[in-house]
Every structure is written in C-alpha cells, then in structure tokens.
Design a protein around this ligand. Structure first.
Ligand code: XMP
Length: 325
C-alpha cells in the first residue's frame, strides 16, 4: 500500500544505490517539486549533493531571494546561485515559438548545470566526480511531454522534452511516478515547511512562457509587475489555497486602444488565468469573486505602464492548457 513513509524509504534506498559514492547536483527552481526532490536526495546522500539555483531572469518578483532564504533555512543544503539572466535572454532573442522557447530554456539550464558541475569539481578536485543531475520531474510532466508512453506530445516540459541530446549527466528523478498532491505529502513527511510544501506550481521556464511573443527584458519587467499585483491581491483575499495557480500572461504582440486621463493609449493586454485542479492534467477556470478581479484589474492598469486592458481566461483544460505556451 502507498504511504509517504514507504515512498521515502524506497526512494532513499534507490537513490543511494544509483548514486553510490558519486556526487550529484540538483536544480532548484523555487517550486515544490525540485524542493522535495532535493530534500529526498539530501536525505539519501547528504553532503554528496549540491543544489544549484539558476536565476534565468524569468523569475517572478522576490523568487530568487525566497529560494536563497527559505530552502536553505529549512534544509541546510549546500547551495550555489548562478546569475545566468544575460545568457538566457541572449539565447531567447528573436524567438516567439513556444516549443522553441521551451527547448532553448531546457538546453540553457543544462549548459549552466554543466558549468556549475565544473566549478564544484574544481573546488574539491579529489572528491568523487559529479555525475548525477537531480530533477523534480513528476508523472504528469512525463505524460504531457510524450515521455515514452506513446501519448501525443502536448508541450515539452523543460526538464523532460526540453533536454539536449548530448546530456552528460545521469538523471535522478525520484518523483517521476508521483502526482503533485503526493509530492506535497512526501515534502511534509520530510519536514519541509508549509510555505514550500503548499506553494502553488510555477513552471521551470518561468515568465518566458507567459509572454506570448518574443521575450525581452522590458516585457519581463512589465509582466513581473502585473504578476506581483495579481498574487498580492489573491493572497490578500485569502484565495491561495482555493486556486491551484493563476498564471498571468502578457500578450506582447497584441495591442489595443484605450483611454487614460484625456489621452489615447495603445497598450498590451494582460490575461489572468486562475485555475482549479487536482493534478494539472485537467483543470477548470476558478470562479473568483468579482471584487477581487476588479481590484486586480484596476491596480494593473493603473500601476503597470503600457498595460491598458486586463482579461480573464474562462477556458477549462481541456481544451485549453493551463499555461498559454
Ligand atoms: P499545462 O500548461 O501543460 O500545465 O496545462 C500543467 C502544469 O505544469 C506546469 N508546467 C510546467 N512545469 N516545467 C515545469 O516545471 C514546464 O516546462 C512546465 N510547463 C507547464 C504548469 O504551470 C501547470 O501547473
């Protein structure tokens, strides 16, 4: 029978057998999945693990600081932070196609991990080699990336279908058979704090797949502001546990006419995508209170330059996916 204790025990044994005396690195994204995967691997191999947090510049407001503080405080894990925003933005320049963006982001992640690996080896050259990469891949990520199940490829999750072919690492993916609610239970069992375990999902490719159109620094800044406002108001309204997540999307290639003061504006729309779900495989749009939606809309159009319209996505999954790309 399935219990969190049996999952933890089984995975700890499997990870020890797989990694042996070698060393591993784990990419932390700030999300639940990578945090639980890291905590599980740390339990199995302790200081043979180094976590790597890649700041790809596609993060939400305050996210980097949160990983640096919360996760390290909770686990005491060795953490290496890499600022790679220049690199990711350069690689994404001129690219609008969603799958291409996902592949580029997946590839750049791996290149940065390889660099981190080289640095970790250089710091302790006589230690065992760093051969393993830990990922918080879940069952739905595998299915929706068409991972060996014969299912149609819906989108390449950055840590599955987005991996480069010449990958030098062996993968450790202890959550590959689990759904999100199970991952949360395992995280709890491992003693991770509520703020981490109950965090809403956020995709590895970050805001990069929430800008419909080319990803640029200006557009990211704009979306980051709008997203922060939406999150703030949802939290203030006490809705965080009610909704699964609420992607905020910038339609960067669309403009519409508006009016502000006595002047005409010609700005971009923001889409709010609040969803309710059990496992992200299917979802329904959340019936949020009108007052909350109104506050979010007023604040975003007042406070975010170049955004003159806020729209609500009322599509279920299927036929829509949760993210727009
Ligand atoms: P979709 O858009 O496929 O999203 O309905 C399902 C869930 O997965 C998240 N998501 C991702 N998570 N890497 C991730 O770690 C990705 O590339 C990725 N793409 C989507 C999404 O936020 C939702 O929770």
């Amino acid at each position: 029978t399935w219990t969190t204790t049996s999952v933890v025990d089984e995975q700890v044994a499997l990870i020890r057998a797989q990694v042996g005396s070698s060393r591993a690195i784990c990419g932390l994204s700030g999300g639940v999945d990578s945090a639980v995967a890291a905590a599980l691997v740390q339990k199995a191999i302790g200081s043979q693990l180094t976590c790597v947090y890649v700041d790809h510049g596609l993060m939400r407001k305050g996210e980097t600081e949160q990983v640096e503080k919360d996760f390290v405080a909770a686990t005491g894990v060795q953490l290496k932070v890499v600022d790679a925003s220049e690199r990711f933005l350069a690689a994404l320049a001129g690219v609008s196609d969603p799958e291409q963006k996902r592949k580029i982001i997946g590839r750049e992640f791996i290149r940065v991990f390889e660099q981190a690996q080289a640095e970790i080896v250089a710091e302790a050259p006589n230690d065992h080699p760093v051969e393993f990469l830990v990922q918080g891949t879940l069952y739905p990520d595998v299915v929706e990336s068409g991972g060996g199940t014969g299912t149609a490829n819906i989108k390449s999750h950055h840590n599955v279908g987005g991996l480069p072919e010449d990958l030098e690492f062996q993968l450790v993916e202890p959550l590959r058979k689990l759904f999100k609610d199970e991952v949360r239970m395992v995280g709890q069992e491992l003693g991770l704090p509520e703020e981490i375990v109950q965090r809403q999902p956020f995709p590895g490719p970050g805001l990069g797949i929430r800008i419909v159109g080319e990803v640029t620094r200006d557009r990211l800044d704009l979306l980051r502001e709008a997203d922060a406002i939406a999150r703030e108001e949802l939290t203030a309204a006490g809705l965080d546990r009610e909704i699964w997540q609420c992607p905020v999307v910038l339609l960067a290639d669309v403009r519409s006419v508006g009016v502000q003061g006595d002047g005409r504006t010609y700005g971009h729309p923001i889409v709010l995508r609040p969803v309710s779900s059990e496992d992200a495989m299917t979802a329904d749009w959340s019936r949020l209170p009108y007052d909350t939606l109104a506050r979010i809309s007023t604040r975003i159009t007042n406070e975010v330059k170049d955004v003159n319209r806020v729209t609500l996505d009322i599509t279920s999954k299927p036929p829509g996916t949760i993210e727009w790309e």
